[in-house]
Design a protein around this ligand. Structure first.
Ligand code: ADP
Length: 485
């Protein structure tokens, strides 16, 4: 059961706009539900274009003073924000589990992960170096400086209610940009709690605002505004494509972290226990609701049956429940629509000849709980091969050769995360280079960290988040040519 918050002020039912917590202009609200119980936790304002435009104006007004501060100054404020997030880890985790459903241990982990981006970029703020280039004439000098892009907008999803925000706001604010954020309507309380702490850390008014409500109206105002110079979006490829089109008339810079269809390849010479452990971590984290979750498990002929058996045994041991119950490993899916999609993928696979090894239906708890599932004999003709399932279902595809595995893995318009297990050093290099993906886990199922560049190729997106590359997404390069020397 959830404990009462140590700091009740973290839970806000108003949006954060220009340094104040406020209601929507018309007073409308959106309800936020607990996906484990269906009960309504509270409401947030249903805002639209007018409030978004005010937040953008506030971000523009705050920009000159924020970018003029020294990097060290901004770094100190971000560092305080990091410290406050970690000091309030328990409360933030409880808010997250209540609105998102993930097990409390995963929520605690996400809060630490979210905070790590603020810590990392507080450090990177001081290392935005320029360049001096040997010039093309004796009386000339060439200098390259990096400057903040300006006012940025961010739209974030419900599957990582805190980390997807800090991964954008951290580098933006460190670089000297200001930001207007629209969190997912399913998980706005985590976003607003982060704003409470941002204010406490000393982030000046207008530098970070959080507008809740209509995705279309808020996204429309963000993309239409000529003042907003950059949009960073994490969500589905479908919506990402729409937002890219909406950004075209004002030629905005964009970062797009979109869908994935991650292959997880197990070769004959893999350490099978390690591969099972990696598959469990990669596939079932957040009940399978991450864009880097293994979506297609490709297993070589010689170890197929042994892998299926060991994976099924591990899956059967996973406890399904409310994220607040001790021992829960798999929480509910976010909503009824998510369960319906998982059901469609499983029934399509079964109709086309797949076999249930374990699970394969809604969980006896009802609501949006689904049994952790392993399917065998799945084939590329099934929807589960083509589309992101975003649920706790592991389909096992059989392959014979390395070439076949790589061809299957790359047979998708997506290119976010990929994984493979094997020990032959030549093959490790060959396969790592041949996979058309932005990220490759080699004998490793969990690859997300603030120190490495996260991002995809093909229709999985544009740009990189985290690492020393991540701040480039919020910087413009300016070339100064000095003549007459
Ligand atoms: P998911 O399937 O993970 O919910 P979406 O792409 O639908 O992914 O949503 C991700 C984020 O994009 C959420 O904050 C959502 O509110 C927002 N969103 C959805 N539709 C639109 C839209 N038409 N314009 C702007 N933002 C949108």
């Amino acid at each position: 059961r959830p404990q009462p918050l140590k700091k009740p002020g973290l839970l806000r039912n108003q949006a954060y706009l220009d340094g104040a917590f406020v209601d929507a202009d018309g007073g409308g609200t959106v309800a936020v539900d607990n996906p484990a119980t269906g009960e309504t936790l509270g409401t947030v304002p249903r805002m639209g274009a007018a409030e978004t435009e005010r937040a953008i104006a506030a971000a523009a007004a705050a920009l000159p003073a924020w970018r003029a501060r020294t990097a060290k100054d901004r770094a100190a404020i971000l560092r305080r924000w990091f410290t406050l997030i970690m000091e309030n880890q328990e409360d933030l985790a409880a808010i997250m589990t209540a609105e998102q459903g993930k097990p409390l241990v995963e929520s605690r982990g996400e809060i630490a992960y979210a905070a790590s981006f603020i810590e990392w970029f507080s450090e990177e703020a001081k290392r935005i170096y320029g360049d001096v280039i040997p010039a093309h004439g004796p009386d000339k000098r060439i200098v390259v400086i990096k400057q903040p892009i300006g006012v940025c907008a961010a739209i974030t999803p419900w599957n990582f209610p805190a980390a997807m925000i800090t991964r954008k706001a951290g580098p933006a604010l460190a670089a000297g940009c200001t930001m207007v954020l629209k969190p997912a309507s399913q998980t706005p309380f985590s976003a607003l709690a982060l704003c409470v702490l941002a204010e406490e850390a000393g982030i000046p008014k207008g530098v970070l605002s959080c507008v809740t409500g209509s995705a279309q109206a808020i996204g429309g105002a963000m993309t239409a505004s000529p003042v907003v110079r950059k949009l960073s979006f994490t969500g589905s490829t479908e919506i990402g494509r729409e937002l890219l089109a909406q950004c075209a008339p004002t030629v905005k810079k964009t970062s797009m972290e979109l869908g994935g269809n991650a292959p997880f390849i197990v070769f004959d010479d893999a350490d099978l226990d390690l591969a099972v452990k990696g598959a469990i971590a990669s596939k079932y984290r957040n009940a399978g609701q991450t864009c880097v979750c293994a979506n297609r498990i490709l297993v070589q002929d010689g170890v197929y049956d042994a892998f299926a058996e060991r994976l099924a045994r591990a899956v059967q041991a996973m406890a399904v429940g409310d994220g607040f119950e001790a021992g829960t490993v798999i929480g509910p899916l976010i909503d009824a629509k998510a369960v319906a999609k998982v059901e469609e993928h499983v029934s399509d696979a079964l109709e086309k000849g797949a076999r249930i090894v374990t699970g394969g239906r809604r969980h006896a708890r009802g609501g949006s709980f689904y049994e952790p599932t392993v399917l065998a004999d799945t084939t590329p003709q099934m929807r589960i091969f083509r589309e992101e399932t975003f649920g706790p279902v592991a389909p096992l595809f059989r392959f014979r050769t390395e070439e076949e595995a790589v061809a299957l893995a790359n047979d998708t318009e997506f290119g976010l995360a990929s994984y493979f297990y094997g020990r032959d050093i030549g093959r490790v290099w060959r396969v790592a280079e041949a996979l058309d993906y932005g990220m490759v886990g080699i004998n490793e199922g969990i690859i997300s960290t603030e120190v490495a560049p996260f991002g995809g190729v093909k229709e999985s997106g544009l740009g990189r988040e985290g690492s020393h590359y991540g701040i480039d997404d919020y910087l413009e390069i300016k070339y100064l040519c000095m003549g007459g020397i």
